[in-house]
Structure formats: structure tokens, C-alpha cells
Ligand binder design. Structure first.
Ligand code: ADP
Length: 447
């Protein structure tokens, strides 16, 4: 087992990983920018190293500074959290060259899944259902037209190097195709320095359902069920739940089984998430994330298993603490992402939190790095906390969530809490009746 883990992240996820390390008796080192000297993860860590000025590229993305911090403190492993360097294959390779363990999959697996064309090809080879579309990159309009006619309109053009929902264009008819292809390519080139694009069938009303998987590092793979993350705004997840209100036990075990086998066949190690669009009872692979997800706590709530403990165990060569048959799904969990943003316009609202009071009681978990008197710096993403609620079933979970949202107090800044108070009273949400467009339509109506 590791002696000392360096946590290369900030905010709630740095604290989340730190808690797991403490429970496992592992020493912790955190790195931070000058803007985060007062952060909770810095206060609670055994050691901390300031790695640079506020901009992420000079601090949390500065590989040389982070490796130097490992060497100075003698850390033998790095947990990257999510975002920042968590899906950076070069970072994983550099750590390996310094004999420091990257708590995550191999650089090669990160590379495959970071290229969406390659990822889709790999998924297909492993028996994962994919969205019908081109086999690889498409450059010629003639070829695009042939493929689109074959799969049928509408189609979506996507950037191979894409991320964060950028570089995607929908063509509803053949007349739209040329312009969609051109715009997607030039946007992809500008945003990612790579103008490779591919075509797939555009699904009109899908849900976003993702499967949590783990490779044990010895060629075995398991799944921890799914999460439904259909409630999104601008491709950013807002509310996540497990299990999905749309799946039955048979569908869960079928798609879970396919994913677990694929992970084993790939020889993948550590945590991963296989993301699907789901429509009319069919799953369509869109991408795989090779890291811990923001929304992992809903899976922890219904399985009772600490996924960060498992990541650390697997990375240290100790394998998983559970077999597939030990993973049971109990009740229902919902996560609300609380952002420091105006709940109507979603513009960031940094500043000082004058009062912070979190709800408590059975089935309530709050993962947050902030506290009363904390000043939110303007340089990073606006997530200030996650409220995760568990109940024996979805109805109990929603009742508890409503109560917990009423108790939550964040004064001094604007947050998205009022949005969740609205959502929890909505009939479609109560019925689990929503797709990936539901939230944007709801917000546009200004209800
Ligand atoms: P990114 O990596 O940029 O987030 P994804 O491939 O994960 O890109 O897709 C992001 C979102 O775009 C999906 O959650 C979905 O809302 C939409 N999307 C992607 N592919 C399709 C498709 N074939 N049909 C309909 N919507 C899609």
C-alpha cells in the first residue's frame, strides 16, 4: 500500500480523496495555487505545497511543479481527481518515468478513450453497442452524404478531439449537411487543433445513462450499475441519480454485464465510466471517461462501497475488495450539483460565503470544500458542493431531498439551490419522466 499520496486537485474532490486517504491510514500531500491557500483541503492535509499563481495552467495543470512537489515530499502516488490532469496521458507517463504511481488507468487507455473515433472503434470491437455512423473520420462532403443517407437524417457531426459538448453540429436534412460539416470542422480545428470529425445518427429524445466500471488490475472487470444524468444544461450535468428511473433490473444487468466484460477484455485498470445515450430500450455508446466522475457518490450511496478506496487499492496492486456478486443495489440516490451561479442566468457568482449551513440526518451527504467566511476565487469552476440524498426508494429519496434543500443555507453569494427547490416539486421530475432536453426546455419556459 502507498505511504503518501499527493492529491493533484482542489475543491470538493480534493477533500473527498483526502478523506479516503485518512481512512486508509495514508499520509496526504496537497498542492494548491496562491488563490487556494485558505482552502479546506489545504487545512486538513498532512502537508501542502504551493505550486503557482491562480491560473490553472500555471498551477493545477503544471506537470513539472506537481512532479517536483512529489519529489520534495516523497509522495509515492498521485490521485488526479476529475478535470485538470485526470485524463492527461502525458502526465501519467511522466509520473511512471519518475516511479510515482498515477491512480488511474494506463497512459495508453487514456489515449484511446481521449480520441473519440478511436474510442468508438474500440467500444465496437469490445461488443459495446454504438450509435450508427461513420467508421472513422469523414472529410469529403460526398462521403458524408452517402453515410448520412445510409443511416438516415437527422445526423450529428462530432469532433474526434471533442469535449465539453464543443464541435458538434446537427444536420436535419441533406441541405444542412455541407454547412454542418464545414462548421464542425473549423470549430474543431480552432478549439482542439484537430479538425477530424465523424458522423453519427442524431437521437432525438435520448436519456444520458452511464455505467460505472472498474478494472481490478489483474484482467478482471466489474460494474457498479448505472447513473442517469439526463438533466443537463449546455451538456453540463445538473442532477444525477442511481438507479435510472428508466431501466429495469434486467436491462441494468445486461448493459452492466456487457461493460464489465469489455473492461476485462481491454485489460483496463481502475475506475471508468462508459457513457451511453438511451432511447427506445437501446443503448448507444458515446464516450468513456477514464477517471472518477463528479457524480460517483450516488453509486456509493446505493452500493455502500467507497469508490476512492477501490481506486487506491487497485492502483497499489491490491485488486478490488468486491466481486460482481458482492455488489448489490440498495434503494435510490440523487445528487444535486450546487454551483456558485445565478440560478436563472447561470452566470458565476464568486465572492465571500458569509454563512454556510448544511443539512443533516439519515441518508444525507454533503461533499463540499467551502465553509462560512470562505472566499470563492473567480478562477475555477463554480461547483461549491454536492448534496447527495439516499432513500429506500425513489419516493422516499425525493421526500428527503426536499427537506434537505429547505435546510441548506448559503449566504453571501448566489447559488443554484433555488433551481433544485423548483425541480423537486415538478411533476415530470417526480415521475422520472425526462430526457436530455427536458431541463433546457424547462428553463426556457422560465417556470
Ligand atoms: P463531449 O465529450 O463533448 O461531452 P459527447 O459525445 O459526450 O461529447 O456528447 C455530449 C452530448 O451531446 C451528449 O450528452 C448528448 O447530449 C449530445 N449528443 C452526442 N451525440 C449525440 C447523438 N448521436 N445524438 C443526440 N445527441 C448527441
Amino acid at each position: 500500500m502507498f505511504q503518501k499520496i499527493l492529491i493533484a486537485n482542489r475543491g470538493e474532490i480534493a477533500l473527498r480523496v483526502l478523506r479516503a486517504c485518512k481512512e486508509l491510514g495514508i499520509q496526504t500531500v496537497v498542492v494548491h495555487s496562491t488563490a487556494d491557500a485558505d482552502a479546506m483541503h489545504v487545512r486538513l492535509a498532512d502537508e501542502s505545497v504551493c505550486i503557482g499563481p491562480p491560473p490553472s495552467r500555471d498551477s493545477y495543470l503544471n506537470i513539472h511543479q506537481i512532479v517536483a512537489a512529489c519529489e520534495i515530499t516523497g509522495a509515492d502516488a498521485v490521485h488526479p481527481g476529475y478535470g485538470f490532469l485526470s485524463e492527461n496521458a502525458k502526465f501519467s507517463d511522466i509520473l511512471a518515468a519518475h516511479n510515482i504511481t498515477f491512480i488511474g488507468p494506463s497512459g495508453d487507455h487514456i489515449r484511446i478513450m481521449g480520441d473519440k473515433i478511436e474510442a468508438k472503434r474500440t467500444a465496437k470491437r469490445l461488443g459495446i453497442p454504438v450509435v450508427p455512423g461513420s467508421d472513422g473520420a469523414v472529410t469529403e462532403e460526398k462521403e458524408a452524404r452517402r453515410i448520412a443517407a445510409e443511416i438516415g437524417y437527422p445526423v450529428i457531426i462530432k469532433a474526434s478531439a471533442g469535449g465539453g459538448g464543443r464541435g458538434m453540429k446537427v444536420a436535419h436534412t441533406e441541405a444542412d449537411l455541407e454547412i454542418a460539416l464545414q462548421t464542425a470542422r473549423s470549430e474543431a480545428g480552432a478549439a482542439f487543433g484537430d479538425d477530424a470529425v465523424y458522423i453519427e445518427k442524431y437521437l432525438e429524445k435520448p436519456r444520458h445513462i452511464e455505467v460505472q466500471v472498474f478494472g481490478d488490475g489483474f484482467g478482471g472487470g466489474v460494474h457498479f450499475g448505472e447513473r442517469d444524468c439526463s438533466l443537463q444544461r449546455r451538456h453540463q450535468k445538473v442532477w444525477e441519480e442511481a438507479n435510472s428511473p428508466a431501466l429495469n433490473a434486467e436491462e441494468r444487468s445486461r448493459i452492466g454485464g456487457i461493460c464489465a466484460k469489455a473492461i476485462a477484455d481491454l485489460g483496463y485498470s481502475g475506475a471508468g465510466t462508459i457513457e451511453f445515450l438511451y432511447e427506445n430500450g437501446e443503448f448507444y455508446f458515446i464516450e468513456m471517461n477514464t477517471r472518477l466522475q463528479v457524480e460517483h457518490p450516488v453509486t456509493e450511496a446505493i452500493t455502500g462501497i467507497d469508490l476512492v478506496h477501490e481506486q487506491i487499492r487497485v492502483a497499489s496492486g491490491g485488486g478490488l475488495s468486491v466481486k460482481q456478486e458482492d455488489i448489490k443495489f440498495n434503494g435510490h440516490a440523487i445528487e444535486c450539483r450546487i454551483n456558485a451561479e445565478d440560478p436563472r442566468t447561470f452566470t458565476p457568482s464568486p465572492g465571500t460565503i458569509t454563512h454556510f449551513h448544511t443539512p443533516g440526518g439519515l441518508g444525507i451527504r454533503v461533499d463540499s470544500g467551502v465553509y462560512s467566511g470562505y472566499k470563492i476565487p473567480p478562477y475555477y469552476d463554480s461547483l461549491i458542493g454536492k448534496l447527495i440524498v439516499h432513500g429506500r426508494n425513489r419516493v422516499e429519496c425525493m421526500m428527503r431531498l426536499r427537506r434537505a434543500l429547505d435546510e441548506f443555507v448559503v449566504d453571501g453569494i448566489k447559488t443554484t439551490l433555488p433551481l433544485f427547490r423548483d425541480l423537486v416539486g415538478n411533476a415530470d421530475i417526480a415521475n422520472g419522466d425526462y430526457d436530455i432536453h427536458w431541463l433546457e426546455k424547462y428553463l426556457a419556459k422560465g417556470e
